[in-house]
Design a binder for this molecule. Structure first.
Ligand code: PCD
Length: 793
């Protein structure tokens, strides 16, 4: 169903070089089952590690007896928090300047927290021995309800922090309170709604794990691990463990999905390292599914009050929001240091408004730490959900069509670069054509007519609209760093004598297809076919430093680096070509892979000829070194701001309250498209994620802090059966500051789809007088929403 409105660059499908629909270079190994994941790593003499986890959410540890476990014939090592404390390793920094226990010493602070570990000859013995460890706990009252976490009677969770007397994590605000109050005071209409984005989990197909191999002879530690940021992790290990960086090699082999879950450093990685240091053997730790769901980085968990002010004819004046954020027991959020609430500041969405203000309070609770950006550039998913839900509430109040209301308030193309009222500078955008294309693909007017007919018969059909602007591609380094590491990316390109090339990236693919798209980016610039360009990534010994893959930053940052490093090599190739053709540089013209003399296409040299010449016998032009390679570090000027318009159609069974997503139209604009096939795959995956969050997924707890969602029987994730055939389209508004005009896209659909689905469900329930219902819209929630309300005609 792809329809094109090309506002600038053409999509050049079908061309042999560069951008276009090209099959993924990595797939032959994946479809043959020949991928190599962390759990596939087998080393001679390798031992296995298992972690003992707390059964309680909040309790004091009074004693730990490991003697029986140590006596197990196949056990080599048992380590407790107390033992780590002696080595100064019981606590580690989190990616948001908090500290987190590697193994609990004083207290356990969430169910599933790491208490001790066993290293044994095989995985089974390690697990069996966990049951032989005897821990005595003195239960403490758990803080489970975020709304009462700050009450004076709540027990203090983080008494490890000096002077801590409550469960306050941080306060944050953005925008201008006074001017926002002023526009609210003059508005004709003010709508407010309490909106909850529940705790969800990225739940990648591959759980987290590591193999640590410390070589005591040369003092080198090799760590295979499930990481989205190998270089950043290496530096942190170096700082924590006091090992020099060149003696640490982090390898992220094939990764079975990251989705933000593999950005933090987990205690298990550190335990594997300690296990190898102490035993002198390679040690493997691999989580099971429950451990992954219960103890690793969750996402969202925001309770938001959204308020919107407008004129009676639908001109939005201001947006105000108050957020209560649950960060769990340790603040394990991975976001640039300056942004404790991530990029939530983009909650003004795609609209040109007069004023905005947000106040946020974050608290500690006895739940797993995290707040990771699950397919979300640092809390943008929450921000987009808030604004797109509250705009729909306004449409409901004004009895206006939700598309019309949005169109009326869009930032206009001539306003870009556009600075929002919270200080974000959107690089480029042209929203109306994207919205119109979505409307056209969906057959919006016909759908509304169909709905009107169905409503007469009491049928519950809903049409949901969402429009989003995302901010992806962190840095620049002056504004963004993770624990002091600036968010810029290195890239290196080497062209071999016969014209084959290798490009080394600092980012790490987890399924997105970088081995293909980065070869395409380089091919487009240097004219070597992508098949002849090898992409090396995910190994700190083989790649330049950079901050990693998350927040859809690979294309905006490393993609730019790859294009620029290729241009640098091309500039050198031009000098060599001018000597080969005996003309001045100014007389040379370049067309994909060939330099020729202006006005004489027959006098030409290919990039392959030049590569051989660069390495070959004979002199090179004065001042030109031999070889054909370059390296750069790219510091982005700004984020890139992709946008999209989504329309969802649902039918609700009035008898069972089950929601069926009948259709979903997604029109995405990520600027210049490198590989349209890969983009479609990214969008399909993200839409599926979004339907999951809107209708099925939630990590929930009982009042004792027991996690009720520790298996995929309890934490439902969607399959092909729950989702429709996606209908996608695109527009192209290039980024003005990105060398090839590309913006990120990997997370767009996860960000944009939950509000579209929820808006559709609420729209279907309109006859009941319902303006809002919270995710996940399971049959019981929808039923609750319908109950006690006037029945439809
Ligand atoms: N592209 C193209 N074009 C454009 C853009 C883009 O072509 N314009 C493509 C590229 O190249 C790649 C992809 O697409 O391949 C994507 O991209 P981006 O957007 O840049 O992104 P990245 O960085 O690469 O990645 C990341 C993302 C994220 S962030 C997430 S969540 C998710 C997504 O990605 N994850 C994942 N997707 C995916 N897929 C898969 N398969 N797997 C995974 O895991 Mo976060 O922050 O982490 O939460």
């Amino acid at each position: 169903a792809d329809r094109t409105i090309v506002t600038a660059f053409e999509d050049n499908d079908g061309k042999p070089l560069g951008h276009g629909r090209m099959l993924r270079k990595e797939d032959p190994r994946f479809v043959r089952g020949r991928g190599r994941y962390v759990d596939d790593v087998q080393l001679p003499g390798m031992l296995h590690l298992a972690i003992l986890r707390s059964p309680m959410a909040h309790a004091r540890i009074t004693s730990v007896d490991t003697s029986l476990a140590e006596a197990h014939p196949n056990v080599r090592l048992v380590v407790t928090g107390a033992m780590l404390a002696e080595k100064g390793l019981a606590w580690m920094p989190t990616l948001s300047n908090d500290v987190q226990a590697v193994l609990a010493t004083d207290k356990v602070r969430f169910q599933g927290q790491e208490v001790a570990f066993v290293v044994a000859e095989d995985r089974y013995a390690a697990r069996d021995a966990l049951e032989l460890i005897d821990v005595e706990y003195e239960p403490l009252d758990p803080v489970v309800d975020v709304r009462t976490a700050l009450s004076p009677s709540a027990p203090v969770i983080r008494d490890d922090l000096e002077g801590k007397t409550d469960n306050h994590c941080f306060d944050w605000e953005t925008g201008d309170a006074e001017s926002t109050d002023a526009v609210f005071a003059k508005a004709d209409v003010v709508v407010s709604e309490d909106i909850v984005y529940p705790r969800v989990h990225p739940a990648p197909m591959e759980t987290c794990g590591a193999v640590a191999d410390y070589d005591a002879v040369d003092g080198k530690l090799t760590l295979w691990s499930t990481t989205q940021a190998p270089h950043a992790h290496r530096t942190l290990y170096a700082i924590v463990a006091g090992l020099p960086e060149h003696k640490i090699r982090v390898i992220a082999p094939d990764i079975g999905g990251g989705f933000g879950n593999k950005v933090p450093i987990y205690p298990g990685y550190v335990c594997a390292i300690v296990g190898s240091l102490l035993t002198g053997k390679p040690v493997k730790w691999m989580e099971d599914r429950s451990e992954n769901l219960i103890s690793t980085g969750f996402a969202r968990d925001y309770i938001m009050r959204g308020e919107i002010a407008a004129t009676s004819d639908g001109r939005i004046l201001g947006i105000r929001t108050n957020v209560l954020a649950d960060h769990g027991a340790f603040n394990g959020t991975a976001a640039p240091v300056k942004y404790p609430a991530g990029f939530f500041g983009v909650f003004t969405g795609s609209y040109d408004i007069e004023a905005a203000y947000c106040k946020m309070t974050a608290v500690y609770t006895n739940k797993a730490p995290g707040g990771v950006a699950y397919a979300c550039s640092f809390r943008i998913t929450e921000a987009v959900y808030l604004v797109e839900r509250i705009v729909d509430c306004l449409a409901y109040q004004l009895q206006m069509d939700p598309v019309e209301l949005r169109m009326k308030n869009f930032i206009k193309p001539e306003q870009f670069p556009y600075e929002t009222k919270t200080g974000w500078v959107y690089d480029s955008g042209d929203y109306a054509p994207t919205m119109r294309l979505a409307k056209e693909l969906a057959g919006y007017d016909e759908l509304r007519a169909e709905q009107a007919e169905k409503r007469k018969r009491g049928e519950l059909m809903g049409i949901g609209v969402a429009f989003f602007t995302e901010a992806v591609g962190a840095g620049p380094r002056k504004d963004m760093d993770i624990l002091g590491l600036g968010m810029a990316d290195g890239c290196e390109l080497r062209v071999h004598p016969t014209g084959k090339a290798v490009v080394r990236l600092s980012v790490q693919t987890q399924g997105q297809g970088h081995e293909t798209t980065f070869a395409q980016i380089v091919a487009e610039e240097i004219g070597i076919p992508p098949q002849d360009i090898e992409v090396v990534h995910g190994d700190t010994d083989q790649t330049p430093f950079g901050l990693g893959t998350y927040g859809s930053r690979s294309t905006p940052v490393s993609g730019a680096a790859a294009a620029l490093v290729a241009r640098k090599v091309r500039d050198k190739a031009r000098l060599i070509a001018s000597a080969m053709l005996e003309v001045s540089v100014a007389d040379l013209e370049w067309s994909k892979g060939v330099f020729h003399v202006a006005g004489d296409p027959s006098a030409s040299v290919t990039i392959q000829d030049i590569a051989m010449r660069a390495h070959g016998a004979g002199d090179l032009p004065e001042g030109v070194e031999g070889g054909l390679e370059a390296q750069i570090c790219y510091n982005p000027e700004n984020l890139t701001y992709p946008h999209g318009a989504y329309i969802c159609v649902v039918d609700i069974d009035p008898g069972t309250a089950k929601v069926k997503v009948r259709r979903f139209v997604a029109v995405d604009d990520c600027g210049t498209r490198i590989n349209p096939m890969i983009i479609e795959g990214q969008v399909h995956g993200g839409l599926t994620d979004g339907v999951g969050m809107a209708l099925m997924e939630m990590i929930s707890f009982d009042e004792d802090g027991n996690c009720l969602s520790g298996s995929l029987m309890d934490y439902l994730i969607p399959t092909a059966l729950e989702v429709p055939d996606w209908e996608t389209g695109f527009t192209v508004t290039p980024s003005p500051h990105h060398p090839i005009g590309a913006k990120g896209v990997g997370e767009s659909a996860t960000v944009g789809s939950p509000p579209a689905v929820v808006n559709a469900v609420v729209d279907a329930l309109k006859p009941f007088g319902i303006r809002h219902a919270d995710m996940p819209l399971t049959p019981s929630r929808v039923w609750e929403a319908m109950k006690g309300r006037p029945t439809p005609p």
